[in-house]
Write a protein that binds this ligand. Structure first.
Ligand code: PEP
Length: 251
């Protein structure tokens, strides 16, 4: 079935990569995109902030997009160790991930904080990828849909349009565990997210919804074929050129 939304395959490198390896990874992905000649999908890499500029140079004019993994809500000020959306934009980034479950857990980020970060991304001219997803306990208690609805309402700012928003559904229990929901579970969650978005904004049918959680080359085709899935947010497998390209190919 033809896709109506442009697929996005995003790699979240997390806190991995020193210059040499990271630049080889970026160059390998850029080379793979050129060789494949894909013009119908977006490939995005989100390296650690320290490497954004070097990765921008390494991907050159290949078409590989570069993003940040997080940003502060404020444009500047006394926030030691933080990075502003404007700083990422200044380096050439086009996207920023906000509300990743590791940020929500490790740094106590609430929906309100995630929402402020998404607004900061807009202010700076970045496209935010807003992450949501239930924990295993929430799924087992039958609360998946209510958790997703609450996170969406709390994390997506007013004024969202399809061009200004990407949502990533990342079940917390599937991140880095090798476990994945069934395709039916992914399709159900994505359909629910789209329905919730429809109550919040006019262009909900055009918003790209990514699935994230243990996506790899061998399961990508199946997961990407689930209804309402427009691409993937990839952690571990995005650190290997062949795996990341295999996922991109499968979309
Ligand atoms: C992630 O961190 O966004 C992620 C999906 O990780 P992994 O692919 O390793 O599960």
């Amino acid at each position: 079935m033809a896709r109506t939304r442009r697929p996005l395959i995003a790699g979240n490198w997390k806190m991995n990569g020193l210059r040499t390896d990271a630049l080889a990874l970026a160059a390998g992905i850029a080379k793979g995109l050129k060789q494949a000649g894909w013009t119908d999908r977006d490939l995005l890499v989100c390296p650690p902030a320290t490497l954004v500029m070097a990765v921008m140079e390494a991907v050159g004019g290949s078409g590989v997009l570069v993003g940040g993994q997080d940003c502060h809500a404020k444009a500047s000020g006394a926030h030691t160790g933080d990075i502003a959306a404007e700083m990422l934009r200044d380096l050439g980034a086009a996207f920023v991930i906000v509300g990743h479950s590791e940020r929500r857990t490790d740094h106590g980020e609430t929906d309100a904080i995630v929402r402020a970060k998404a607004e900061a991304a807009w202010r700076a001219g970045l496209l935010p990828i807003v992450c949501i997803g239930e924990t295993l306990a929430e799924r087992e208690a039958g609360n998946t849909f209510s958790v997703l609805a609450r996170q969406l309402k709390g994390s997506v700012p007013a004024g969202a349009t399809a061009a200004r928003l990407v949502v990533a559904y990342e079940p917390v229990w599937a991140i880095g565990t090798g476990k994945t929901p069934t395709t039916a579970e992914v399709a159900d969650a994505h359909a629910h997210i789209r329905k919730e978005l429809a109550g919040m904004m006019a262009e909900a049918s055009q918003v790209r919804l990514l699935y994230g959680g243990s996506v790899k080359g061998s399961n990508a085709a199946e997961l990407m074929a689930a209804g309402d899935v427009d691409g993937a947010l990839v952690g571990g497998a995005s650190l290997k050129v062949d795996e990341f390209l295999a996922i991109a190919k499968a979309v």
